[in-house]
Write a new protein. Structure first.
Length: 233
């Protein structure tokens, strides 16, 4: 983590917060580092891209790998655009950024996707890279419910961005049945994020109502949604 980055140094959320947790970057070495950004991306929007850019800069990552899921294990899939549409929108959103790439590993696998399976695959694909899984603070509080979180904490680090309204004092290590070092790996890399109040659900609602989604999504994504008549019903 860049200690002089204002998203870390000036974050009022961490003022007076004493838990014994070191919120500075503690990567294992200076290997090339891949940030893994998973999600439904239904659709991808500017908030996703800003979050990815923040991760790239604050944690000195080499590149960001966007991984759209096929079917999410903990979300209602009834309003999902097809995996092919969501992946195509992601490709258009990142096509002008050489640091951003899209992986269709979960789509090719099919079925319901779990993070541990994806990270195992990426660990084999990139054996010389350090892997960092990007999440928001809401997901951080639910990591104890993730499949095989113990192994996941061993083969990748987590990068957590604090979202508006999050109280870092809510972080508790007691519910994680892991050794101390693995527990710390879950909450080692935490930083503030540019606060952009954009949601995929609002974009879908606006598209269904025929309202503009301009400036909420990249222009190529806006065009793609219109051309394919997505989110109209």
């Amino acid at each position: 983590m860049k200690e002089n980055d204002p998203r870390v140094r000036n974050s009022a959320l961490f003022a007076g917060f004493k838990t014994g947790i070191n919120f500075s970057y503690m990567g294992r070495n200076m290997n090339q580092r891949i940030g893994i950004f998973g999600g439904t991306f239904n659709p991808v929007h500017m908030g996703h891209l800003i979050m990815a850019q923040d991760a790239l800069e604050v944690f000195d990552l080499t590149k960001i790998l966007f991984v759209p899921c096929n079917l999410p294990p903990h979300k209602d899939a009834s309003r999902l655009a097809s995996a092919e549409h969501r992946a195509a929108m992601l490709e258009k959103a990142v096509e002008d950024n050489p640091d951003f790439k899209v992986s269709d590993v979960e789509i090719r696998k099919g079925g319901t996707n779990y993070t541990i399976d994806t990270v195992r695959y990426l660990r084999q694909l990139y054996p010389r890279y350090d892997l960092f899984f990007i999440i928001g603070s809401d997901s951080l509080l639910e990591l104890n419910q993730w499949k095989e979180i113990g192994e996941l904490a061993q083969i990748c680090s987590f990068v957590t961005f604090v979202r508006p309204g999050f109280d870092p004092r809510k972080i508790s290590l007691k519910k994680f049945k892991l050794g101390k070092s693995l527990k710390n790996n879950l909450i080692r890399n935490v930083a503030a994020i540019h606060q952009v109040d954009i949601s995929s659900s609002d974009i879908r609602r606006r598209a269904a109502e025929g309202r503009s989604i301009r400036y909420l999504v990249p222009s190529p994504v806006e065009i793609y949604i219109a051309e394919h008549n997505l989110y109209k019903t």
